[in-house]
Design a protein around this ligand. Structure first.
Ligand code: F6P
Length: 541
């Protein structure tokens, strides 16, 4: 039996679970008139109502005890102080230093990293100002009007999501595009209507070796040089690099003056507020980028100081553990009722699933419990007309995170009232449903009654805030980052490595080399060999 299952609080939760599993949220609310008030917390501009979860005081007390028995507080302090918490790569995971105030002192290997972080921010600011003020000119003397970020995974999803989320605050004269996929269509469509003389490529790659990104970056350089009559000096006016690998950047032909660095203690999926956020700073400007960072920092401080019982990311993380391990749920739906957050679920997929999709503990022992749930979602109200049917009446239990704002950034008539009415109503419908008696009382024919019953008892969190601002978005991202850490700590896994992406990358290199090879070289299984042969026969010569 794993050490997790042997924990006192785990055993208490196992014993306690049937008493809660057999109760309906209707009864929990009826028995406790103050439930909503007691299970709502506000911090850092975010209001979390977790009263519509299948919990009572005992469930919460056992979950907090489990967090304490798992040393969550000590492990959180180790994370925030720069200890090498990424044990399989012997690295710190200090994304919190990227948004720490300029006078903070945070050491990695005995060196304060904050001055370097601030120096990079100033370098980014100088560059962003030059582009935004149109002082920076392309090879033909025209200012830059198009920014194309080339990157993948953490070097793409964060910038894409945040540029979309903060479009309201962006300089609309600059057009932002993103190329991530090695599929040629991604590059072709991104640049189809762009003038190379007005285009800046931001090559974002921590390692500067990622196959997709380097393939796209070389294609971009050829595209630019073709327009610039092959003049190699043009590259310096149209390419910058965001990376930790100075040698590979210079090897590509970008001088280190145009490289914005970061450090091995910034994980790819935790890098949106490092130099990887340059496209964001170009879009929203340096001052708003600083507000974005301040929002992260405010949540970091809340995570650091709030007692577990009043700590938003801890509560959200523990609720995920509760459903994953005791109710056997497989997924979490993230449902933002805010069009600007349409890429937020996709961003969270990397943050949560690359972090907690692990089947061995940090010590390498195979777990005998489930770990990271599958995250997915779409903005409301669109999802209501697609997959909500299954959430309401299907056979699976799917905890939902609803996210909404009091203010619209583009007010139009009654739109926002309707949007918010829908999110509130969905949470209510999921929790309380509609009984057979209520359905009958509406005059429903007997044969239709079972189809129209809503069982209810389906849990959700309701996260509300005044308005989507750069700072609020930073806090929201940090909320999920620390929730992921909380879950990983309970499960005893390393949320900062990602060995699971390696095998596919390695095999893809082998297979790509075999397209032009001999039949005798094909040493895979019969299915893989057949697919390679098929492609050899069908691909364009
Ligand atoms: O393949 C996974 C991964 O390593 C991610 O963790 C990372 O965000 C992404 O690839 C991109 O890596 P890089 O920034 O080094 O190009």
């Amino acid at each position: 039996m794993s050490s997790l299952r042997e924990k006192k609080a785990w055993k208490a939760l196992t014993e306690h679970h049937p008493s809660i599993a057999s109760k309906h949220l209707r009864d929990l609310f009826a028995a406790d008139p103050d439930r909503a008030e007691r299970y709502t917390l506000e911090a850092v501009g975010l209001r979390l109502d977790y009263s519509k979860h299948r919990i009572d005081d005992d469930s919460l007390n056992h979950l907090f005890a489990l967090a304490r028995e798992s040393d969550l507080e000590a492990k959180r302090d180790a994370l925030l102080s720069g200890a090498k918490v990424n044990v399989t790569e012997h690295r710190a995971a200090l994304h919190t230093a990227l948004r720490a105030p300029a006078d903070a002192h945070i050491e990695v290997d005995g060196k304060n990293v904050v001055p370097e972080v601030q120096a990079t921010l100033r370098q980014m600011e100088t560059f962003a100002e030059a582009i935004r003020s149109q002082q920076w000119k392309g090879f033909s003397g025209k200012p830059i009007r198009h920014i194309v970020n080339i990157g993948i995974g953490g070097s793409d999803l964060g910038p894409v999501m945040v540029c979309q989320a903060l479009r309201h605050y962006s300089d609309q004269r600059l057009q932002l595009r993103f190329v991530s996929n090695v599929d040629d269509t991604d590059f072709a469509e991104a640049v189809r209507d762009l003038d190379p003389a007005e285009t800046l490529f931001v090559v974002a790659s921590k390692t500067f070796t990622t196959q997709e990104t380097m393939t796209n970056a070389h294609t971009a350089r050829d595209w630019l040089l073709q327009a610039a009559g092959g003049k190699i000096e043009a590259v310096a006016r149209h390419f910058v690099a965001l990376s930790t690998n100075a040698d590979a950047v210079t090897g590509f032909g970008i001088s280190t003056d145009q490289m914005f660095g970061f450090w091995d203690w910034v994980g790819g999926r935790y890098s949106v507020d490092s130099a990887i956020g340059l496209s964001i700073m170009l879009a929203i400007g340096p001052a708003r980028f600083r507000e974005f960072l301040a929002g992260f920092h405010a949540m970091d401080e809340h995570f650091r100081h709030a007692p577990l019982e009043r700590n938003l990311p801890v509560i959200m993380g523990l609720l995920n553990v509760w459903y994953t391990n005791f109710f056997g749920t497989q997924t979490v739906a993230v449902l933002p009722y805010e069009q600007y957050l349409s890429r937020f679920p996709a961003y969270l997929q990397q943050l949560t699933m690359e972090s907690n999709g692990k089947r061995v503990t940090a010590e390498g022992v195979t777990v005998d419990y489930d770990t990271g749930p599958i995250f997915w979602g779409e903005p409301g109200t669109n999802g209501q007309h697609s997959f909500y049917q299954l959430i309401h009446q299907g056979t699976r239990l799917i905890p939902c995170d609803f996210i909404a704002f009091a203010e619209s950034l583009n007010p139009l008539g009654k739109h926002h009232d309707l949007l918010i009415a829908n999110v509130i109503a969905q949470a209510e419908a999921l929790a309380f449903g509609k009984t057979a008696d209520e359905v009958k009382a509406e005059g429903t024919p007997a044969e239709l009654v079972p189809h129209k019953v809503f069982e209810g008892n389906r849990p959700s969190s309701l996260l509300l805030a005044e308005k989507l601002t750069p700072a609020l978005l930073g806090s929201l991202i940090a909320l999920y980052e620390h929730s992921v850490f909380t879950q990983a700590t309970i499960w005893g896994i390393d949320p900062f490595d990602q060995w699971g992406v390696e095998l596919g990358k390695q095999l893809a290199r082998t297979v790509a080399a075999e397209f032009d090879g001999d039949e005798a070289e094909l040493k895979h299984d019969s299915s893989t060999n057949a697919a390679i042969r098929w492609y050899r026969q069908h691909r364009r010569p």
